[in-house]
Write a protein that binds this ligand. Structure first.
Ligand code: NAD
Length: 498
């Protein structure tokens, strides 16, 4: 039987009044007068309301971001930008529990997990605060050294529209805001309609840290309204997007109007490959949590579990057993390891894949169903699931499910598994479990994915780039490469004899 969470830790009481848009330093209602309610996916209770911003609000926010960019922010010194970001990091540190509770109540990440993200969030801001003072162009030795001197300048792109999903609002928002502001760009941020409260609180803290008006603007609202208006806006220089591949495709079309730059962090169906010589003690929990963490709602989740044939049955049984022992329940409970799915819509999606798997002949070794019972009432809970007898052509082996569902596939040798693992339109994460150094190195080069984790999964650091190949998007987050996503290069020529 699935483990269940019982005791609760105290969660904050949220304000009843709807949260406002932040435009040009002022908190204001959407012009439509409409709001969106947000519900706790563990209980179905309403946890708050925020504005339903639309094109008219986006216009105001972009104008404010443009004024802030031209007026002062692009002319600030790196030290000034660094100072603001470090003060913000300090305030986030001081309010970290409050921020994590917003993520817990709005999108359902377990509190025990959310609290472990402190270093990740604060470390990321400090990393980009540091890099603000390390950006530089180059002096280039051209072929006419007696006649011309040439060098490059790195300049901020301008107004950035950032659009983020719901599956980790705190991390996703900081990941966009910190590098963009560090370069001297200003931003209009549109959080997900499923989870906006954390982002609003982050913006309040940035104001408290001394952010000049208009540097960060927040327009909450629906994707097809506020998001689409931002993506198509003629005065936005770049869209930094994290979300589904389907939406990413729309943004590419919308960018054509003014050839705005794009960075796209999109979906995945990542292979996680276990060789027969893998250490079971680490590979079993590694394979399980590569998918069950965040209830499978992670873009790079290792959902296609390839297991070498001689160990397939035993390994899959151990992963299923691991999944059955995980404590699923209310995210507010300190014991919970796996929370609910974010929404009833997402619950329906995952249930459809349960049905599709069964219909196509896969066998649910564990899970494969919604969880019922008093402790799951009104919440969007499903059991961590391991499907065996999966074929590569099944929907559960090809499509992103965004739920705690492992599709386990046997393989015979390295050449075969490389071909099958790479035969996907996605290319975000990938995992390899082996004790053979040669296998590890060969696989690292063979995978067509932006990240290869060997004997680990989901390791991350602000200094190490993250992003996708193929239809998982383009551009990189983290690392110095991320800063360059917000910069453009200007070449300067000086006639030495003039
Ligand atoms: P989504 O694409 O539905 O929505 C993402 C954001 O885009 C939301 O803010 C939404 O309001 C907005 N949006 C929707 N339609 C839009 C439009 N027409 N124009 C402009 N904006 C629009 O994705 P989601 O369901 O919120 O998130 C889940 C998806 O995000 C998954 O596919 C997941 O893999 C992906 N994701 C990727 C990464 C990554 O780093 N690669 C990280 C997290 C999530």
């Amino acid at each position: 039987m699935q483990g269940a969470a019982t005791s609760s830790t105290a969660s904050p009481v949220l304000e009843a009044s709807p949260k406002l848009l932040l435009i040009g330093g002022k908190w204001q209602a959407a012009q439509s007068g409409e709001t969106i309610e947000t519900r706790n996916p563990s209980t179905g209770e309403i946890v708050g309301h925020f504005q339903s911003g639309k094109a008219a609000d986006v216009d105001l926010a972009v104008a404010a971001a443009r004024a802030a960019f031209e007026g002062h922010w692009s002319k600030t010194t790196p030290f000034q930008r660094q100072e603001l970001l470090l003060k913000w990091a300090h305030l986030i540190d001081a309010h970290f529990e409050e921020l994590t509770w917003l993520d817990v109540l709005e999108m359902g990440v377990p509190i025990s997990v959310a609290l472990t993200r402190r270093q990740r969030v604060i470390g990321m801001i400090r990393f980009y605060a540091g890099l603000a003072t390390a950006l530089h162009g180059e002096t280039i030795d051209n072929s006419m050294p007696g006649e011309f001197s040439s060098f490059t300048l790195k300049e901020p792109l301008g107004v950035v529209g950032a659009i983020i999903p719901w599956n980790g609002p705190l991390v996703a928002a900081v990941w966009k805001i910190a590098p963009a502001l560090a370069t001297g760009c200003t931003m209009v941020l549109k959080p997900s309609e499923e989870a906006s409260l954390t982002v609003i609180r982050l913006a309040e803290l940035l104001q408290e840290a001394g952010m000049p008006d208009g540097v960060l603007n927040v327009v909450t609202g629906y994707g097809h309204e506020a998001g689409a208006a931002l993506a198509a806006h003629k005065d936005v220089d770049k869209i930094a997007f994290t979300g589904s591949t389907a939406t990413g495709r729309r943004l590419v079309e919308a960018s054509a109007g003014n050839f705005k730059r794009l960075s796209l962090e999109l979906g995945g169906k990542s292979p996680n490959i276990v060789f027969a010589d893998a250490n079971f003690e680490t590979a079993v929990p590694g394979a399980a949590m590569a998918v069950f963490a965040n209830t499978g709602q992670i873009c790079s989740a290792g959902t296609r579990l390839f297991v070498e044939a001689p160990i397939y049955e035993e390994f899959c049984a151990r992963v299923a057993e691991f999944g059955r022992k995980l404590v699923v329940g209310n995210s507010a409970s300190a014991e919970t390891q796996v929370g609910p799915l974010v929404s009833t819509r997402q619950l329906e999606v995952v249930q459809r894949y349960f049905d599709a798997g069964a219909r196509e002949g896969a066998v649910a070794l564990s899970g494969g169903e919604r969880l019922y019972g008093a402790q799951f009432e009104n919440g969007n809970f499903v059991a961590p699931t391991v499907f065996t007898h999966v074929r590569d052509d099944m929907a559960i082996a090809r499509e992103e499910i965004f739920g705690p569902v492992i599709s386990a596939l046997p393989f015979s040798n390295m050449e075969e598994v490389v071909a099958r693992a790479n035969a996907s339109e996605f290319g975000l994460g990938s995992g390899v479990w082996t004790q053979n150094l040669g296998t590890a190195h060969k696989m690292a080069r063979a995978m067509r994915a932006g990240v290869v984790w060997i004997n680990c999964y989901q390791a991350g650091d602000p200094a190490v780039p993250f992003g996708g190949y193929k239809e998982s998007g383009y551009g990189r987050e983290s690392g110095i490469e991320h800063m360059h996503e917000f910069l453009q290069t200007k070449s300067v020529w000086i006639n030495l004899n003039g």
